[in-house]
Design a protein around this ligand. Structure first.
Ligand code: NAD
Length: 274
């Protein structure tokens, strides 16, 4: 039987703790989200962050520059918000305007406010095992594994995807917990060969159905980070039907996603106390 590793209870618990912290705080924690796209799934995500913030007792300031914004405009906006005392957490929503790179623009986010770990300085600190905010998605994967009692020391974990916001930071977080980590990517010659040896497979490629039962050893734990929009307005992950082979798998939606949003809020509360 393949188990379902839901993220809903964990997300609710993280939000409840953040709410308690907000109730006892002298200043209301504020998260600023800079948007420079008209992408519909991005708009949906930003609305869900704002709604979760409101329910939890945080202020959420959405700064929508529109899809036509220049990289310079985005950078200047981030620098301005970084300098604002009332802003505790700051994130830049993707996708970005053509020609812009998240890694470059996010350098304008003050690392103490970098609640989604987008500034390359945060990734460097994380890699060195020094205090920094990890990208909320990478931390959500770790939180889900812990919540569901998946042991990591000595286990083999294959992360599929090497982006600076998911795959790479996650590999560092897993190494810090004594897992033996392999990172696969679009140029990996034989993906199934490196996923089939793993006790835990994390799919973060943004390719619907990429991981099938043939990619897994029986009993493997599968974490599906992928969020791919379907034509009918739904959401699917990167993992096909692996029931009967996987030991457990996270659902999409309802797995990594809600935990990611809850952690963004928790990071903002933490930043407001610094
Ligand atoms: P990205 O496009 O920056 O990176 C994708 C990575 O996957 C790349 O490193 C690429 O080499 C690898 N890849 C692509 N095709 C592959 C293939 N066929 N085989 C092996 N590797 C392949 O994406 P990202 O920002 O890292 O996001 C990855 C996925 O996670 C997307 O679906 C995104 O929507 C989702 N995501 C979800 C959350 C959440 O909260 N659930 C948050 C962030 C991103």
């Amino acid at each position: 039987m393949t188990g379902v590793l839901s993220g809903k209870d964990l997300a609710a618990a993280i939000r409840a703790e953040a709410k308690r912290a907000c109730e006892g705080a002298l200043v209301t924690p504020r998260l600023a989200v800079v948007v420079a796209t008209d992408d519909e799934s991005s708009a949906w995500y930003v609305r869900s962050i704002a709604a979760a913030a409101a329910r939890t007792g945080l202020d959420c300031q959405v700064v929508d520059l529109g899809a036509g914004a220049s990289p310079e405009e985005v950078e200047a906006t981030l620098a301005g918000l970084s300098a604002e005392e009332s802003v505790h957490g700051l994130m830049l929503q993707t996708p970005l305007p053509k020609g812009a790179r998240l890694e470059e623009l996010a350098r304008a986010i003050d690392p103490v406010k970098d609640v989604d770990g987008a500034n390359p300085l945060s990734l460097g600190l994380l890699a060195a095992g020094l205090p920094a905010f990890a990208p909320a998605t990478a931390e959500a994967v770790m939180a889900l594994l812990d919540h569901h009692g998946v042991e990591l020391p000595g286990k083999t974990v294959t992360v599929v995807g090497r982006s600076n916001v998911v795959g790479k930071p996650l590999a560092h977080l897993l190494l810090a917990r004594d897992a033996t980590v392999t990172v696969a990517h679009s140029r990996t010659a034989d993906l199934a060969a490196v996923t089939r040896t793993a006790d835990v497979v994390v799919a973060a490629a943004g390719r619907p159905g990429l991981i099938t039962a043939a990619h897994l050893r029986p009993g493997a734990v599968v974490i599906d980070v992928g969020t791919n929009a379907t034509e009918d307005g739904g959401l699917v992950g990167d993992v096909a039907d692996v029931s009967g082979v996987a030991g457990a798998v996270t659902p999409v939606p309802g797995g990594v996603g809600p935990v990611t949003t809850a952690l963004l809020l928790a990071h903002t509360v933490e930043a407001s106390r610094a």
